[in-house]
Design a binder for this molecule. Structure first.
Ligand code: ATP
Length: 366
């Protein structure tokens, strides 16, 4: 397939309200996003945050209550789904059970009354793309879950959309197949020039697959960034907590640090200076977020140490996780690689010093 011009998607100030009066639900609240052509863009968030609603509006199954969606600069307002160069792959493959694989893939093209020879060529091409050439004559019940999902993908690719919407397409597959299909989707994105918009509530899947991720909650986009930005520089407590493991430590900002940055006092009275600021004002409460792999274990007597008590030591093969509590009761966990030697000889109840690597501490908003 020769790649077409990649199509961008712009979502501008889009809101969606379902119902009226007291029972109304604001499923999307002034969402703005720009998705580049041929980008692998993921909408990530918990159940009910509005991911599917946004996808359905890009597809044209729902109309925004306010705002505009543009494809390659052209507003999509009031354009019915079949007039949009957009296709969707759903979690439930939604294949027709009484049609063969080839007939399922051909279905949309038949509806468009395309010439028979052209349809045959497009079906062959689409099945080759998902590596199902040999199974064209089978019925869906004769296929594994992974193969059925490939048929659904082929069907979505058959009429050469410019944007492919993927609504949790892998969540019904077992882990091994899932990993395989993740690679497959990445390959298809690169080969086709199509813009992929992927919906998931699985943060690991989002991190491994995406060029960029939008983290959503309660109908809002909280942060957009590359996987590394989202993981390393979460700007809100929700984003820090939703993506990966994190330690959240309450503190009060006591002023500006030397040479930029900010100083904090923790609940146990310890002072900490970090380069990050996130616009925090002195005298206000803050939450500090730090990943377990950025906490060091140090001698409890050292000046850099926060005093803690070990609660559990969990050996994970490559790493060991040390769960502990600070003097004020805040739980912290440190994840230490085991390559540097055997697991530290620590048992529940032992005193422990923990050091938060200042460069890795993020000041996160509520
Ligand atoms: P999930 O991961 O569970 O699919 P989601 O993030 O995709 O969740 P949406 O399906 O977009 O969330 O739903 C967002 C909110 O809008 C929810 O509160 C949902 O109940 C509500 N909602 C969605 N569709 C409708 C509808 N047709 N009528 C009324 N409320 C709706």
């Amino acid at each position: 397939m020769t790649p077409r011009d990649p199509a961008s998607i712009e979502v501008e100030e889009v809101s969606k309200r379902f119902g009226h009066g007291e029972g109304a639900v604001l499923a999307l609240d002034r969402v703005s996003l720009t998705i580049a052509g041929n980008e692998f863009f993921t909408l990530l968030g918990p159940s009910g945050c509005g991911k599917t609603t946004l996808l359905r509006m890009i597809a044209g199954f729902e109309e925004p209550s306010a705002g505009t969606i543009r494809l390659a600069g052209q507003p999509l307002d009031h354009l019915p789904p079949f007039r949009r160069p957009v296709n969707t792959v759903f979690q439930s493959y939604a294949l027709f059970p009484h049609l063969t694989v080839a007939e399922n893939v051909a279905f949309g093209l038949e509806m468009q009354r395309r010439p028979k020879s052209e349809i045959e060529a497009e079906v062959r091409r689409a099945l080759a793309m998902v590596r199902l050439e040999g199974l064209a004559g089978r019925y869906p019940r004769q296929l594994s879950g992974g193969q059925q999902q490939r048929v659904a993908l082929a069907r979505a690719l058959a009429n050469r959309p410019r944007v492919l919407l993927l609504d949790e397409p892998l969540s019904a597959l077992d882990l091994k197949l899932r990993k395989e299909m993740q690679l497959e989707l990445k390959r298809l994105r690169a080969e086709t020039g199509i813009t992929f918009i992927f919906v998931t509530h699985d943060q690991e899947e989002a991190l491994t697959m995406s060029d960029r991720i939008a983290v959503m909650d309660h109908g809002r986009v909280l942060q957009v960034g590359t996987p590394a930005e989202i993981y390393d520089r979460p700007r809100t407590r929700f984003v820090a907590d939703f993506i990966g493991e994190t330690n959240l430590i309450e503190a009060v900002c006591t002023g500006a640090g030397e040479g930029g940055g900010t100083r904090f006092r923790l609940a146990g009275g310890e002072e900490l200076a970090v380069p990050d600021t996130n616009g925090i004002a002195p005298g206000t409460k803050a939450t500090l977020a730090i990943r377990p792999e950025r906490i060091e274990l140090v001698d409890p007597a050292s000046a850099a140490a926060l005093a803690a008590t070990v609660e559990a030591v969990v050996y994970l093969g490559t790493d060991t996780v040390y769960r502990a509590r600070l003097a004020d009761g805040t739980p912290v966990q440190a994840r230490i690689q085991n390559r540097s030697g055997p697991t530290l000889d620590l048992a529940p109840g032992d005193p422990l010093g923990v050091r938060l690597v200042p460069e890795a501490v993020r000041v996160v908003a509520e």
